[in-house]
Design a binder for this molecule. Structure first.
Ligand SMILES: NC(=O)c1ccc[n+]([C@@H]2O[C@H](COP(=O)([O-])OP(=O)(O)OC[C@H]3O[C@@H](n4cnc5c(N)ncnc54)[C@H](O)[C@@H]3O)[C@@H](O)[C@H]2O)c1
Length: 263
């Protein structure tokens, strides 16, 4: 039976790199996005490497469309879903009060409601698939609230929390729920972003780095499996920040984040 992966936000960036990598590794890829030309390119690029894909329009904030795409995916996979990757996301950088409420709400809708829609609607398929894995795209901004990324960072704390909770709940159903914590990645999302932390830390990761890390997390090492790793920081910087944050007192975490944000 061919393994299958359902990826939201698959037309560009991390989603596209992940779709191509999983296709090369023999997965049937379901790639979904609001960017249909991007999906057509993904589909032909997957075919060019000898892979199999189905693609379709999906606005993750729309539960009806989510349900339709999942039904089509289930029809193609014989009712299985080995991996769900909740990747679609939006970022708005700047002073909180300078970003319109409408933008804040849209970010909350995509980054939070989109993930809830994916998790809730895919649950029957995941439950029906032995050893299913859910990968949520959180971020290193789920370690400490980020100045100039306040709302985005808060949505990623939501992703962190729901990942931890469902990692416990869904173990009963043999579904492993994990999340990825990359620091800044070179994609369209960060193209025009200039915050204190992008300046102090730089943008060092590529979409391919995250795709490799996702594949590795889906097929974890023995120690990651034994210790039931839930959060996967990506890149040396995110790994250091994750480790330090576990032992750092609140005042020191605040000071470090203040300095990194150039405040
Ligand atoms: N780029 C970074 O620095 C970075 C760092 C950490 C985490 N992440 C997370 O990784 C994920 C992917 O980010 P990226 O850098 O590849 O971004 P990107 O902007 O390059 O790609 C995001 C994709 O999501 C799609 N999308 C947006 N709204 C959608 C919606 N309503 N429904 C369906 N698709 C939608 C876009 O069309 C796009 O194809 C996001 O969740 C992001 O928060 C990114």
């Amino acid at each position: 039976m061919q393994r299958s992966v359902f990826i939201t936000g698959a037309a560009t960036g991390i989603g596209r790199a992940t779709a191509l990598l999983f296709a090369r590794r023999g997965y049937l890829v379901g790639g979904y996005d609001i960017d249909e030309p991007g999906l057509q390119l993904l589909s032909s690029d997957i075919a060019a490497v000898g892979g199999a894909a189905l693609v379709g329009h999906l606005d993750v904030t729309d539960p009806v469309e989510m349900s339709q795409r999942l039904s089509e995916f289930a029809a193609a996979t014989g009712g299985r879903m080995d991996v769900l990757i909740n990747n679609a996301g939006l970022l708005n950088a700047g002073h909180f009060e300078d970003i319109s409420l409408e933008m804040h709400y849209r970010t909350i809708d995509v980054n939070i409601k989109g993930v809830v829609n994916g998790l809730h609607t895919a649950f029957p398929l995941l439950k029906a698939t032995p050893g299913a894995v859910v990968v949520n795209l959180a971020s290193a901004s789920a370690i400490y609230g980020q100045a100039d990324l306040a709302n985005y960072s808060a949505t990623k704390f939501y992703v962190r929390a729901i990942t931890e909770a469902l990692n416990l709940e869904w173990a009963d159903h043999d579904i492993r729920v994990i999340d990825m914590w990359p620091l800044f990645v070179h994609t369209a999302m960060t193209r025009d972003v200039h915050t204190g932390t992008t300046e102090s830390l730089g943008i060092r990761l590529t979409a391919s780095d995250i795709a490799e890390a996702i594949l590795g997390a889906v097929h974890p090492s023995r120690s990651q499996r034994v210790f039931r790793q839930v959060h996967y920081p990506v890149g040396a910087q995110a790994k250091v920040f994750t480790s330090v944050s576990r032992f750092s007192p609140g005042w020191l975490s605040r000071l470090a984040n203040k300095k990194l944000a150039g405040r």
